[in-house]
Design a protein around this ligand. Structure first.
Ligand code: MG
Length: 377
């Protein structure tokens, strides 16, 4: 089967670590609208490293959090410039590569970090999570996402999800450009739909909301009572993320005491430094591999969160099953998995993580447990 690559693959080979970089088009079955805009398709990258006959693969791509933006082309340029230095090195020990990784942008680091972890696990013949000592059978239900849209469109999306899997955790995007009244209408309609679902199936569902930084303080405060009234269990990133760390923390601090449900930082929390500064003001953090720069930092963040008594969400962007399969290695440490993006792709070339009901489990193969159709290596 041919490798589904959109444009020509770049290949470098010199020294001991050979690298290939492929552009991969990813198309959503249902476009996703959030407060910052609508995404119907993206281009991601597959980075393959080869050393001593073992191939490690990693996925990455550009993304935008409102205050920071990385393009896929910029990540290509960064990894291309890195290739000659990688060619002089071995994938192990990974510690020797840490200074090189530290100089990269988060998405470039993520691609290489994932490929290195995959190579490492394959070298040792074990899934990465097992090498960390985690129980691969422990996994909480993953949420499925309802983007912004008309009430009718959002309810139709919910029914489509239920046709696909028995979802019990629903994440509703808010921060509508159409204003607070539209947000309220969506909350009321989705909460009512969950009540009807419970009445007809006996299955209770959890409602989460994510404003993606689409509220100001006044609008956020005006929404909290309604969210509590409808049993919303968590609210994610109510206010826009700020580059200034003190201003960013102040926004969460202004809401924390008044917030009747769990307050979760997403766009504001990229790495362990962010987690530690936000910890006094939030109840949980949303870890994403593209923000953290891969699994090494994400593992540190997940373990630290649990030690500090914070809840852990594990999220995604428009990621395919390689990124989500890599993230799935962390699921035993996660309270709120949010890894549904690959379930909404029509052209995902990766296979690995498995849905059991509405729980995602990591692939059982070594490394990240993910394969790619027709990888030409
Ligand atoms: Mg979020």
């Amino acid at each position: 089967m041919a490798m589904p690559v959109a444009t020509g693959a770049r290949r470098w080979q010199a020294g001991s670590m050979h690298c290939r970089l492929h552009r991969i088009p990813l198309t959503k079955a249902v476009p996703l609208a959030i407060s910052r805009g609508t995404t119907a398709s993206v281009e991601h990258l597959l980075l393959a490293i080869e050393h001593e006959g073992i191939i490690g693969i990693g996925e990455t791509g550009g993304f935008d959090t409102g205050h920071r933006c990385f393009s896929t082309d910029a990540v290509v340029d960064e990894l291309s410039a890195l290739a000659p230095r990688l060619a002089e090195r071995s994938p192990e020990p990974m510690q020797e590569l840490e200074p090189l990784l530290a100089d990269l942008s988060p998405p470039a680091r993520c691609g290489l970090d994932l490929a290195l972890h995959d190579w490492w696990g394959k070298r040792l013949g074990q899934p990465v999570g097992r090498l960390w000592g985690l129980d691969p059978g422990v996994s909480a239900p993953t949420s499925v996402t309802l983007g912004l849209g008309s009430v009718e469109a959002v309810l139709a999306r919910l029914e489509r999800w239920w046709d696909q899997l028995p979802a019990t955790r629903i994440k509703l995007k808010l921060g509508s450009p159409d204003g607070a009244d539209h947000d309220r209408a969506l909350v009321e309609a989705v909460a009512a739909a969950l009540q009807r679902h419970r009445a007809t199936t006996g299955v209770a569902c959890e409602l989460q909301v994510d404003a993606n930084g689409g509220w100001d303080l006044e609008r956020a405060r005006s929404m909290l009572g309604l969210l509590a009234e409808h049993g919303v269990v968590l609210v994610e990133q109510p206010l826009p993320p700020q580059e200034d760390p003190d201003a960013d923390c102040a926004g969460f601090a202004a809401l924390d005491l008044d917030c009747p449900m769990a307050l979760v930082a997403d766009e504001s929390c990229w790495d362990l430094h962010d987690l530690l500064r936000l910890a006094p003001h939030v109840d949980g953090v949303n870890i994403k591999l593209l923000k953290s720069g891969g699994l090494a930092e994400a593992l540190l963040m997940a373990r630290t969160s649990r030690r500090l008594g914070l809840s852990v969400m594990l999220g995604c962007y428009s990621d395919a099953a390689l990124l989500n399969g890599a993230a799935a290695q962390l699921l035993p440490l996660v309270d709120w998995p949010d890894l549904d993006s690959h379930l909404n792709l029509v052209d995902d070339p990766f296979r690995g993580p498995v849905l059991v009901g509405d729980r995602l489990l990591p692939g059982t193969g070594p490394g990240l447990g993910v394969t790619v159709e027709g990888l030409p290596c």
